[in-house]
Design a protein around this ligand. Structure first.
Ligand SMILES: [Zn+2]
Length: 256
């Protein structure tokens, strides 16, 4: 389901001091995620209006800095809106679109906000033929933005389910894993085959959770993933062949 999107007119944005500068599509390389950096930030449209005032009146900027904002309930606001130069990411404003979570990204961000951020990133990607990188502000600037929790979520591939354990849909999770296991049984995952996809991503995440560093959680079975799988297999060498390949046995021990 699409989230609610509020246009600039919808949240009564002030006119920019100067006309917005269009982004040159061919120059745009990425999407940058921010948070407000404000603990106990105001909520909803009140936050958006507050950041606009701060950016325009205190900082003297042209308009609210971000292309997009997402509040704690997952409502999306057009800040400057699509395809215009923002003022959010020093050095990158003419090469990125920016998204700001209006709350505090150092602690767990509400599920509704995560869903909308993910939806928005996909929507922006769609406008740029899915060729953009997605980074946290700290990756491209001297900043702790977008906060540790939100940054980790972004870097772990924007997982759908991060509820508290008591709310996890275990039937759904095990059905999902069963589906992935069938993929693995049909064709074991390996570096040699350059395996890719959701099953590889699940293995990487699991290895990471268990303390075997697979490198990035990127769904690509590369050198670091193979090495982590081998280290895992060495640990369970009485059950598993140490070959760096994930077949049914290694999968079962990983997810048992
Ligand atoms: Zn930032």
């Amino acid at each position: 389901m699409s989230p609610t999107i509020i246009s600039r007119a919808g949240w009564d944005a002030r006119p920019p001091k100067r006309r917005f500068t269009p982004l040159k599509k061919w120059r745009v390389q990425g999407i940058v995620l921010h948070h407000s950096g404000v603990k106990n930030a105001p909520k909803g449209v009140t936050a958006v209006k507050a950041y606009e005032r701060f950016h325009m009146d205190s900082r003297g900027w042209n308009a609210i800095a971000y292309n997009w904002l997402v509040d704690e309930e997952g409502v999306i606001y057009a800040g400057r809106g699509p395809s215009v130069v923002s003022g959010a990411t020093k050095g990158w404003n003419s090469r990125t679109e920016s998204i700001c979570f209006t709350g505090w990204g150092d602690v767990k961000v509400p599920e509704a906000a995560l869903k909308s951020i993910k939806w928005l990133i996909a929507d922006i990607q769609h406008r740029y033929d899915n060729k953009l990188w997605v980074k946290g502000h700290r990756d491209v600037g001297n900043s702790t933005c977008p906060g540790n929790w939100l940054y980790d979520w972004l870097k772990s591939g924007m997982p759908e389910r991060v509820e508290d354990p008591v709310n996890v849909d275990w039937d759904g999770v095990s059905a999902h894993l069963e589906g992935l296991k069938n993929i693995v049984l049909a064709s074991p995952l390996s570096k040699r085959k350059r395996s890719r996809g959701e099953a590889v991503r699940a293995v990487q995440q699991r290895l990471k959770d268990l303390g075997f560093e697979p490198g990035g959680i990127d769904g690509i079975y590369g050198y670091n993933t193979k090495r982590a799988v081998k280290m895992f297999q060495v640990r369970y060498a009485s059950f598993l062949k140490v070959d760096g390949v994930v077949g049914g046995n290694t999968w079962d021990v990983l997810f048992s």
